[in-house]
Design a protein around this ligand. Structure first.
Ligand SMILES: [Zn+2]
Length: 423
């Protein structure tokens, strides 16, 4: 050790190993691999279990303790010196979309495991235990809803209801969970996570283009934007395309296109933060020579602030009311409203400081997508660290992240977890 090293604080980030982390990504990518470079590893399938088993093997080899809970969340624990203190939790998910990539969720799990290894390598002892967690069924593909494991853990979802959820083949979550016992033995799974954690921190690829386009390596996630979903139904009258004159028509498609155009205009956001999407548009009865009688379309509205969502909803309703004064009737229904999530400002500052100390370009941004972390603000101080992904692409076999960006995000994760577990 040099004199400088001896007097510097023993930040765990210095022990994070880029190659070890990268190698583990390659190994996990084998489970459910699909061509050309993707993964189909849906929740509680044989592929998911094989990936979990790999983590369990690595954890046993390091002497970390392992336990599961009743929804199959898997906890790998580096024990603290004071068992009575609430643990610091960090992790993500291993399940993927049907044509997913190597990094969504996986990065957060392997970064958490790398942090445990970094602490163990340095022999750092902290008062609080640190748990790397693998949440069950984040994606919600095989079993709906998603965020199932973190939702049950946090109390937002009912365990009994979730155990009864069935996949398309009629297999229930409870039945699918039975194969977990082959990975974690009964004696190991004795500890049931109970009281709220001291803090929750999740590392994840951004799944958007902002960090890359700004040249930033670390994203300090301020929160997760809220989402509101609407269904719109425009009703007119069907008729013969050749005989009914325009003056007598009640054309539901024409009215819908006009309404959609008004919506795009009135919900345009100069700051480009509001997300407004019409993703589905169906025309009835759909005959080539029939005047459309009815159109159904959906609206997906997202923003990090409730006040902005409220304002956008007012403009949306005004446009609908205006359209309903025409020849067709218009009905709108809000089918989902999920409030924005705000992460802990103090954890945000800790992320920023660590990024600065490690000389990683960092910036604050909200998350465009939902994550397990959104379940935690009611329980404990919560934060997220983003790293860039190529072109902002995710939920795709083209998803890509670099080894040095993953190491950077993991170093910051290590520093912040170390601080949280020492307090
Ligand atoms: Zn994810």
């Amino acid at each position: 050790l040099t004199a400088v090293d001896r007097h510097a604080p023993a930040y765990a980030s210095r022990s994070v190993q880029e190659q070890r982390l990268w190698q583990r990504h390659l190994e996990i990518a084998r489970f459910g691999a699909i061509a050309p470079a993707g993964v189909n590893r849906q929740a509680l399938t044989a592929e998911d279990m094989a990936a979990r088993a790999a983590l369990v093997r690595w954890a046993r080899a390091r002497g970390f303790s392992i336990c599961t809970d009743h929804i199959g969340n898997l906890f790998i624990t580096l024990e603290g010196t004071e068992p009575a203190l609430a643990p610091v939790l960090t992790g993500s998910h291993l399940d993927t979309q049907p044509r997913g990539g190597h990094f969504d969720g996986v990065f957060g799990v392997l970064a958490a495991f790398e942090v445990l290894e970094a602490f163990a390598d340095l022999g750092i002892k902290m008062p609080r235990s640190v748990q790397a967690v693998i949440w069950t069924n984040e994606e919600g593909v095989r079993f709906a809803p998603g965020l199932m494991g973190s939702g049950v853990y946090s109390g937002a979802l009912s365990l009994d209801q979730m155990l009864r959820v069935r996949d398309a083949d009629g297999v229930s979550v409870a039945e699918a969970l039975q194969s977990l016992s082959a990975i974690v033995t009964q004696s190991e799974s004795g500890t049931q996570p109970g009281s709220p954690p001291h803090a929750y921190l999740e590392a994840h690829i951004e799944q958007g283009p902002i960090l890359e386009s700004q040249g930033a390596v670390v994203g300090i996630v301020t929160g997760i934007q809220g989402i509101r979903l609407y269904e719109v139904c425009v009703s007119g009258e069907e008729g013969h395309a050749g005989t009914v004159p325009a003056s007598a028509r009640r054309d539901a498609l024409r009215a819908s296109i006009h309404l959609a155009d008004q919506l795009y205009l009135s919900l345009d956001d100069p700051s480009d933060t509001l997300r407004f999407t019409i993703g589905r548009f169906s025309v009835e009865p759909g005959g080539r020579s029939t005047i459309p009688a009815a159109v159904q379309f959906n609206i997906d509205l997202r923003h990090p602030l409730t006040t902005v969502l409220d304002d956008a909803e007012q403009r949306l309703m005004a446009a609908v009311a205006n359209a309903a004064n025409g020849r067709c009737s218009v009905a709108i229904q809000r089918v989902l409203a999920r409030d924005p999530t705000l992460f802990d400002a103090n954890i945000g500052r800790m992320i920023e400081k660590s990024a600065h100390r490690n000389k990683f370009a960092a910036m604050s941004l909200p998350s465009g997508a939902g994550h397990d972390a959104m379940m935690f603000p009611p329980l404990c101080p919560t934060g997220m660290i983003f790293i860039p992904c190529k072109g902002g692409v995710s939920h795709s076999v083209r998803e890509a992240a670099t080894a040095d960006h993953m190491a950077a995000g993991t170093k910051v994760l290590a520093d912040v977890i170390q601080q949280l577990a020492s307090a």
